[in-house]
Write a protein that binds this ligand. Structure first.
Ligand code: VGL
Ligand code: ZN
Length: 204
């Protein structure tokens, strides 16, 4: 049997209703994610973890509005409302998340000048978080991804997981998306094309 890990992406207050960058229905997935945690061999959590004044915040760019794009040295970057500021309530995991079984918490997005959607690489696609090495060193070759948001942090994590050689499944029923200008459909297509296994147990 392959060694497997469940990777729970950014199930934090700011991505849930009432949060600074709320994903519609973000909190609805908590009971299912908890159930999956209970059954998982290994559990890794990620936490979006930005310093105040982070370069991905629209507020750091005079005159810029959230949900618009700018050019960064590493490419196009969407600007967001201030969110997941290190140590804030918004950066905490959802209070209902059964996080105690997690063996590792990967924090990402802490470099002021670069955003990080993926659990594996920052948005320059070269700066690693260390997760691939951690999983490999532990003999884990299969990952299931759940969490927020399907079309950003979950999606880019899944694309990187495949490119790093992991057997990768995204459980869509345990994810919710932001869907900015068609980003959800575009990411579903990219994941399918890359060889990510997409499962939706609600429609099975
Ligand atoms: C995310 C936008 C900005 C996510 C994080 O978790 O999908 N999206 N930071
Ligand atoms: Zn962020």
């Amino acid at each position: 049997m392959a060694d497997q890990a469940l990777v729970v992406i950014d199930l934090q207050n700011d991505f849930c209703p009432g949060g600074a960058l709320a994903v519609t229905g973000g909190d609805e997935i908590v009971p299912l994610v908890n159930d999956m945690i209970r059954h998982a061999d290994h559990v890794v959590l990620t936490q979006d973890w930005h310093p105040a004044g982070h370069s991905s915040f629209a507020s750091s760019h005079p005159g810029a509005q959230p949900f618009t794009m700018i050019e960064m040295p590493y490419g196009q970057q969407t600007l967001w409302p201030d969110h997941c500021i290190q140590g804030s309530l918004g950066s905490d995991f959802h209070s209902g998340l059964a996080w105690t079984k997690a063996e590792l918490v990967i924090r990402k997005g802490f470099r002021p000048a670069i955003d990080s959607y993926s659990a594996f690489f920052e948005n320059d696609h070269t700066t690693p978080t260390g997760l691939a090495g951690y999983l490999r060193e532990r003999g884990i070759d299969t990952v299931t991804l759940v969490g927020l948001a399907t079309d950003f942090c979950v999606g880019f994590s899944a694309l990187d997981a495949v490119s790093q050689g992991f057997r990768t499944t995204v459980r869509l029923d345990a994810c919710r998306g932001i869907d900015l200008n068609g980003s959800l459909d575009a990411m579903l297509r990219r994941m399918r094309d890359a060889g990510v296994m997409l499962e939706d147990h609600l429609s099975d």
